[in-house]
Write a protein that binds this ligand. Structure first.
Ligand code: FRU
Length: 446
């Protein structure tokens, strides 16, 4: 945003030839506060124009000294083509962790999508055992069952969980089941609930995605992690292929992912933040979105994410030269680097004008990334992998990493380094780089 605070992507959809990105927005400050829905539109997922604030909290929360408001939610296109948004309203709250109430609403937008015209409360009580964290609805119509389905992020007896509701008409909802309950290690590691659940069918598989807020992984110190589980969805039950959860971002700055079908492919955006590092004092805004990503499920039934390919139109200058591992970039451009081959021992260092640098390297069969902000308390490392390809993007402090065709991803953003002056690729003796390609990327607006 130009100013104010932004978090989760909301209400993602394509209407005609226009993409709409709504988002959690606090216009009156650069920290989280009473939640509005901001709004931006784009013809191509890369050039975004800001629109007026779309949705306001129900009541003047600032005057009450309260927080809450229009929390996260999704767009839903009904069988007759009409669009509505299901979202959560947190009623005026005076504590961030206890004694709040969250209800689900259905809102219909004006034909030009600039303001809500009808807003209806559709669900206001939690099922037995569920916590007061009860939010972030995603709705779809289930053809085979002939009913509407809704999932919500919550916790059941303390375990992060995703709840399933059914409806005949999209307005009256009845609790069906706990669609998914996280293994107890998440509760034990401090997780309070599941947030922003996403559930979609891609490449013949069902994929469930959610973030577990409050969780800290003991081995690395990383927290608020995002996971996917692939499986089957039959007769209202989700049957995971495996008990394992796939970690979606080893860098942890890719959270509250929301995906949508644009008529051609399943696309996703996420909020690039983790609460760990704050924007420096005095900044006019806080919050960035990821690159648009295309989702797929690979042969090993894992979710793969790759940047939507039309960014390639922004490629400006090829920067690599045969046999050279030191690549000099310019001060202002965004940057893309791809390596492929047998890459067991590799290090990529990006140096900024002020001398600070990021380092992405392999270590004991994992990818590890560090930034100038890091003090060593948290280790940003991936699961074990045999590295075959690696693509990274650097754009004004935002680093998005895609490995092994997007099955392993890592995202981080630095506020201490914004522009790269050079990047160096170092390879160990047993490493063969079959392909190296580096590009500067121009502004989407040029
Ligand atoms: C995730 C989240 C959601 C909630 C929203 C509030 O970042 O906590 O669960 O709806 O942000 O802004």
């Amino acid at each position: 945003p130009f100013k104010g605070w932004m978090n989760d992507p909301n209400g993602l959809c394509r209407v005609g030839e226009t993409y709409h990105l709504f988002y959690q927005y606090h216009p009156n400050g650069t920290d989280w506060g009473p939640m509005h829905w901001g709004h931006a539109v784009s013809p191509d997922l890369y050039r975004w124009v800001h629109y007026p604030v779309f949705q306001h909290p129900d009541g003047n929360l600032a005057a009450l000294g309260a927080t809450g408001g229009a929390f996260s939610g999704n767009a839903f296109t009904d069988r007759d083509g009409s669009l509505s948004f299901y979202y959560t309203e947190r009623l005026p709250a005076y504590d961030l962790f206890k004694d709040y109430k969250e209800v689900q609403k259905r809102m219909r937008p004006s034909a030009n999508l600039v303001r809500p015209v009808a807003n209806q409360l559709v669900l206001d009580s939690t099922p037995p055992g569920a916590s007061h964290d009860f939010r972030d609805p995603k709705v779809w119509y289930d053809e085979s069952a002939g009913c509407y389905r809704m999932i919500l992020g919550s916790a059941v007896d303390g375990d992060p969980a995703i709840l399933l509701y059914n409806s005949e008409d999209g307005n009256e909802w009845s609790f069906a089941s706990v669609l998914y309950r996280a293994p107890s290690r998440f509760r034990e590691g401090g997780a309070r609930c599941a947030e922003c659940p996403d559930f979609f069918f891609v490449d013949g598989h069902w994929v469930l995605v959610a973030g577990f807020v409050g969780y800290t992984e003991a081995e690395t110190g990383r927290h608020n992690l995002l996971y996917a589980v692939t499986g089957d969805f039959r007769d209202g039950a989700f049957i995971p292929y495996s008990d394992e959860l796939q970690e979606l971002d080893f860098g942890t700055d890719y959270y509250a992912m929301q995906s949508f079908w644009d008529g051609r492919r399943q696309l996703a955006f996420a909020w690039l933040f983790n609460w760990e590092v704050r924007k420096p004092e005095g900044s006019a805004y806080s919050g960035e979105m990821s690159l648009p990503r295309v989702l797929a499920v690979d042969d090993s039934k894992r979710l793969a994410m790759l940047p939507e390919a039309s960014y390639k139109r922004l490629r400006q200058k090829r920067l690599d030269r045969p046999g050279e591992s030191r690549i000099v970039t310019s001060l202002t451009d965004a940057f893309e680097l791809t390596l492929a081959g047998t890459l067991p021992d590799i290090a990529i260092e990006g140096v900024a004008a002020n001398g600070s640098s990021f380092l992405l390297r392999t270590e004991a069969g994992r990818l590890v990334v560090s930034l100038p902000e890091d003090d060593g308390r948290i280790v940003y490392r991936s699961a074990n992998l045999t590295l075959k390809d690696l693509t990274l993007f650097f754009d004004r402090g935002v680093l998005e990493i895609f490995a092994n065709s997007g099955v392993v991803c890592g995202t981080r953003r630095s506020y201490r380094m914004t522009d790269l002056v050079g990047i160096e690729v170092r390879a160990g003796a047993d490493t063969t780089i079959a392909r190296l390609e580096a590009w500067s990327l121009r502004s989407a607006w040029e």
